[in-house]
Ligand binder design. Sequence first.
Ligand SMILES: *Cc1c(COP(=O)(O)O)cnc(C)c1O
Length: 369
Amino acid sequence: MIRLPQAAPQLRIKRFRAEIDTAIRQVIDGSHYILGPALERFEAQFAAYLGVRHCIGVASGTDALALALRALGIGAGDEVITTALTAAGTAQAILHCGARPCFVDVDAVTRCIDPAAVEAAITPRTRAIVPVHLFGHAADMARLAAIARTHHLALVEDCAQAHGAYSDGRKVGGFGHAGAFSFYPTKNLGGIGDGGAIVSNDVAFADRVRALRCYGWNDDHRVSAAVGFNSRLDEMQAAILGALLPHLDAGNAERRMLASHYREALADLGVGLPPDPDGCVYQQFAITCDGRDGLRSHLARAGIGTAVHYTPPLHVQPAFATISIPALPRTEELARRLISLPIQPEMAGGEFARAAAAVKEGILQWKMS
Ligand SMILES: *Cc1c(COP(=O)(O)O)cnc(C)c1O
């Protein structure tokens, strides 16, 4: 029986183990364990990769969003428009700076935030839009940027699932005032622990984020000028990420290849397939189907791991629910029907066709049962 884990980040670490070992050894043999040369190198390397001016490494993707919003001056009484079909961290970050997440519906096809719904939700209190490039698919940044410009709103991209994804030939992270990345192990670029980064082209904003991540210090004098945090990407993770970054594009190409095998194998099975724009990096390959939970159990018995992203959607979760929970019919339907298939670039020894065939067989068997 074929055994397909939904995600297996350890396989990626194993594949590049020699380079990672060298990078880790350099950190251990050095003398600078926090805000040292490995972080500086990685920040420059990731900024160059994305084509942005500044990159600031922080402790997680959630912190990256929270610090970006704070550095933009967003706080109590402000509203931030976002999607409910996302990881908890997206909205936790909004709560952390004292603002209120204002959830709007997604587009049924792209599963990303619907620009028309964003525009309809703007109030005098709205300060920012946080789109999520869900599953590696870039949100509609041209329209969102136009809306942000017209209404004088900040645009902060949640790029936690979209390292290297692009739209109109431009990598995500550089469209808005800031882009926030997570390096959680299962992301397209993931470490052996937690990590995150904020990217931007605005030098004053970048300086504020640098102060926020380190006790509110201004660089030279170690004097706390404002409220600050301890949220730094440590040298060990920075060194590991620096070793993995040169392999990111190849890993994304493997994800795309696997996606095309899935697309072919699952074409006539009556399941919904994700759209396939240029530049999608498939952090997940998520299909939709009726009777989702039954299919998941069946696939699990066949040795195929799956996951659900995301249920329940954020707008009904206690931390985020407000007195009047908005009706988000497309989000709710997707939350009931989405199922994320195995997507590890290294899985099954790269035998993607075999993996796709196994999933097809599993779905066919389930339909007949
Ligand atoms: C992973 C993720 C986050 C949170 O990142 P952490 O590093 O776990 O804090 C935020 N948003 C999205 C869309 C994510 O996938």
